[in-house]
Design a protein around this ligand. Structure first.
Ligand SMILES: [Zn+2]
Length: 102
C-alpha cells in the first residue's frame, strides 16, 4: 500500500460521492459514465491497497510498471483501464488492431 494509492482512493470516492449526490431523478448518460469511471478508479485504488506493495493493482502483473498516463487529466485513459502498463499496452494493441492499424 502506498500513500498515493490511499490519496487516489479518497479522491475517487469523494468524486463519486459528489456525482452521486448531485444526480437528478433522470441522470444524463455522461453523468452515469462519470460516476462509473470514478467508482472504477476507487475500485482499482482499493485493490492496490491490498496488493502488498504491488503498485499496479493488477492481479497478473502486481510488480509490473505503472502506466504513466494513469490519472492524467489532459489525456485520460479510457474508462475501465487500470494502472498496469502491461495490461494497458495489451488493450492499446487490441484496440489499434480493431481499428485496422498495424
Ligand atoms: Zn497487468
Amino acid at each position: 500500500m502506498s500513500y498515493a494509492d490511499l490519496r487516489e482512493l479518497q479522491s475517487a470516492l469523494s468524486t463519486a460521492s459528489d456525482i452521486a449526490f448531485s444526480l437528478g431523478a433522470e441522470p444524463a448518460p455522461h453523468e452515469a459514465d462519470q460516476l462509473v469511471d470514478a467508482l472504477r478508479r476507487a475500485l482499482s485504488a482499493a485493490s492496490a491497497l491490498g496488493a502488498g506493495g504491488g503498485a499496479t493493482g493488477c492481479a497478473e502483473h502486481p510488480k509490473g510498471p505503472v502506466d504513466p498516463l494513469f490519472g492524467d487529466k489532459a489525456d485520460p485513459l479510457p474508462p475501465g483501464w487500470g494502472r498496469c502498463l502491461l495490461c494497458n499496452d495489451r488493450r492499446r494493441r487490441a484496440s489499434a488492431q480493431r481499428r485496422g492499424w498495424r
